[in-house]
Design a protein around this ligand. Structure first.
Ligand code: PHE
Length: 349
């Protein structure tokens, strides 16, 4: 009987070779799987077997049935496809070039964002997100950025009309809304919503009134980092950033902190790096991000006691990091949607 099962599989395959439309397929199926079909008939023979033989044969029969059903299923999908093409009047033109098998991929900025996030996840940071349309208070005041700071000028920042109903953010009377100029506003939202100890990484979109050129874009991306706990020191900041930059650029990377100024960190630094594996840039120090210890004034503004809590913050441009990693010389490539550029960052292309 086992031989008979294999013979039925062979017969199904054989029959289907010459089947080219649905009625022929139905007939072939009836011959094998129909109520009087060969496989069904063979199944009925189970009654003649001994008690011991029955379960063994039953199992083999089920297996063969599945096998034959699959053979019929794939034959049917070929017939359907052929009939669909015929109904469209389409003929196969074998002189046409093959269609590309490029199924799309992730954008280089997405790749970098994911890399950054996965490195910080390893050391206990979680991802925080907040709104892109932000009140002036979250974007500037709470970050100790005074009214007369140039970032708050109409020339530098995209302000939203005052009557907009951005009701997902806490609105004070007559407060202006801006498209956030940096992700640092997420520091404030996280400190208010979560309370320390806190370790967050906040990737997101930012906006400035910049004239577009090879290194500027009115819309760009940053990643913020914030660590607030008891007894956090500058040594912790340097340790975390060194770890991050080594993971991203390789173990040979050298880093240095250069004194700088940000209204919301004190002291503040620019982080420079030098790495042998970044092409033309490898013999020079390159500025990669801003950072510093959270200014006690910021902690007070979110009602935390600076005697109890200390922290550090850092912020980096995702475009800039991607440009350094891949030797890209013009920021505009990221937004032109030119497949010749984008495909280079995906293995499937
Ligand atoms: N927000 C700063 C910028 O956009 C970067 C920064 C973030 C600096 C956090 C210090 C701490 O330039």
């Amino acid at each position: 009987m086992e031989k008979d099962l294999q013979a039925i599989v062979d017969e199904a395959n054989h029959l289907l070779v010459s089947v080219s439309n649905r009625p022929e397929w139905d007939n072939a199926k009836a011959l094998i799987l129909g109520p009087n079909g060969k496989l069904t008939q063979l199944g009925k023979g189970i009654g003649k077997l001994t008690k011991e033989e029955r379960p063994v044969f039953g199992q083999k029969l089920n297996h063969t049935k599945k096998q034959v059903e699959n053979i019929f299923k794939s034959s049917l999908s070929l017939i359907d496809e052929k009939e669909d093409l015929e109904s469209l009047g389409a003929e196969i033109d074998s002189s046409l070039p093959p269609s590309s098998n490029f199924t799309g991929g992730t954008h280089p900025l997405t790749n970098t964002r994911r890399k950054i996030v996965s490195i910080f996840r390893k050391i206990g940071f979680t991802v925080a997100e907040a709104t892109e349309a932000e009140t002036e208070w979250f974007c500037f005041d709470a970050l100790n950025t005074p009214e007369d700071h140039p970032a708050r000028d109409e020339q530098d920042t995209l302000f939203l009309p005052r009557d907009s109903k951005w009701n997902n953010v806490k609105q004070k009377n007559d407060e202006a809304y801006v498209l956030r100029t940096h992700t640092s506003s997420v520091q404030i939202r996280s400190l208010i919503n979560e309370k320390p100890p806190l370790r967050i990484i906040a990737p997101g979109r930012c906006f400035r009134r910049d004239t577009v050129d090879a290194t500027h874009s009115a819309n760009f991306h940053q990643t913020e980092g914030l660590y607030v706990d008891k007894n956090v020191t500058l040594k912790d900041l340097k340790g975390v950033l060194d770890f991050f930059l080594k993971e991203l650029f390789g173990n040979q990377v050298e880093t240095r902190l250069r004194p700088s100024f940000f209204p919301f960190t004190e002291p503040s630094f620019e982080v420079d790096l030098r790495a042998p594996n970044i092409g033309k840039l490898s013999d020079q120090w390159i500025e990669i991000m801003g950072c510093g210890m959270v200014d006690p004034k910021v902690l007070k503004l979110v009602e935390l006691d600076p005697k109890e809590w200390t922290g550090f913050a850092f912020g980096m441009g995702i475009e800039r990091i991607t440009m350094i990693l891949h030797g890209i010389d013009d920021i505009r490539h990221f937004y032109n949607n030119d497949l010749r550029f984008l495909r280079q960052f995906n293995q499937s292309s």
